[in-house]
Design a protein around this ligand. Structure first.
Ligand SMILES: NC(=O)C[C@H](N)C(=O)O
Length: 342
């Protein structure tokens, strides 16, 4: 019998006794932060504790403690491996994470976690534990209740923030300081509103506004490729493009509007044999290859560029990183993006 089967069997016994098993994986971020005593500023220190949950066995894990700007794709993959390992022994998994790159970790997990694991819900906080209105405990409790809610099964990793529940593909940080920091088009796919109290035990009314969709999963052994993001602006003549194209295995450009660029970029993209994915710096909406002027989206696609659809540039980068790490060539990558296999 494997370790996973053993823990799965133990989980079944606990379920029969009405006990749920929740794993909380702490990774750092503001939700684990306080001002440092030496006055350096706010830094991750102590993992937050989960407010009381009745009938729940809690297991905590701490693979790393980092501010999320220090989190790399290798950390995300490490997290995915841990979730795969402990998943069979739990009914739900919560990941606490810094908010700056939370959407990237959520999306990487979305791409690589196999189906059949218990629900995974990521959360964080915008205010640290030393502030009067720390939003950490509330978000953590919401995430735990959502991860344990039977309706959450089969939806892939979600983000819970301020009671709103977001899909990993579309969630994005929309405010640098507000407590309601997360959004993204077309908005939350669900909502959790807490019921009960500390004395009687907490619960949540969880509502979903979308049905779960099947999602492809990818199994890269490592994320070894190099993918860089370039940001377009009025008057960009391609500065930095040649250097990035030379050192990277693939590029993503946060382009203008529906995926357009200044004319100087067209010959540069045409001459690039590596995958060049076109996303948009506009916050919402798909890439549509409609414009036929030099640098317009239709001309970029004709020159070999790959439209990112509605994925933002940093999520398109993760998808490209995964596909390149799996050894897919440019045409195979184009097909994945074109068929929406993400
Ligand atoms: N609110 C936060 O968590 C922001 C912090 N800089 C982080 O991402 O680690």
């Amino acid at each position: 019998m494997t370790g996973a089967e053993t823990t799965g069997a133990a989980r079944a016994q606990d379920q029969a006794r009405g006990q749920r098993r929740l794993a909380v994986i702490h990774t750092g971020g503001t939700i684990a932060s306080r001002p440092s005593p030496d006055g350096r500023g706010v830094v991750p220190q102590t993992a937050p504790s989960v407010p009381g949950l009745r009938g729940t066995q809690l297991r905590e894990y701490q693979p790393f403690t980092l501010p999320s700007p220090h989190v790399t794709p290798a950390h995300m993959l490490e997290l995915a491996r841990l979730i795969e390992e402990i998943g069979p022994g739990h009914d739900g998994i919560v990941v606490t994470h810094g908010t700056d790159t939370l959407e990237e970790t959520a999306y990487l997990l979305h791409l690589v976690l196999p189906a059949g694991l218990p629900p995974v819900v990521l959360t964080g906080s915008m205010r640290h534990a030393g502030e009067v209105s720390w939003d950490g405990p509330g978000n953590l409790l919401d995430a735990a209740l959502v991860a344990l809610d039977p309706q959450t099964a089969g939806r892939g990793p979600l983000v819970a923030f301020g009671g709103d529940l977001f899909d990993a593909r579309t969630v994005t940080k929309v405010h640098t300081s507000a407590v309601d920091a997360f959004g993204g088009s077309p908005g939350p796919i669900g909502r959790a509103d807490r019921t009960g109290d500390e004395a009687s035990g907490y619960g949540a009314q969880v509502h979903y506004f979308a049905t779960p969709e099947p999602r492809p999963t990818y199994a890269p052994a490592a994320l070894a490729a190099r993918v860089e993001v370039l940001y377009a602006y009025a008057g960009w003549q391609g500065e930095g493009y040649a250097e990035a194209a030379a050192r990277a295995d693939g590029l993503v450009i946060a382009a203008l509007g529906t995926g357009n660029l200044p004319p100087e970029l067209l010959p540069l993209i045409k001459a690039t044999g590596k995958p060049v994915v076109i996303a948009t710096r506009t916050h919402t909406g798909p890439i549509l290859p409609v414009y036929g002027y030099a640098g317009g989206g239709a001309t970029l696609v004709a020159a070999g560029a790959i439209p990112a659809s509605f994925l933002n540039a940093h999520k398109a980068r993760l998808l490209l990183l995964v596909l390149l790490s799996l050894g897919l060539d440019r045409e195979e990558i184009r097909t994945v993006f074109a068929e929406g296999r993400y």
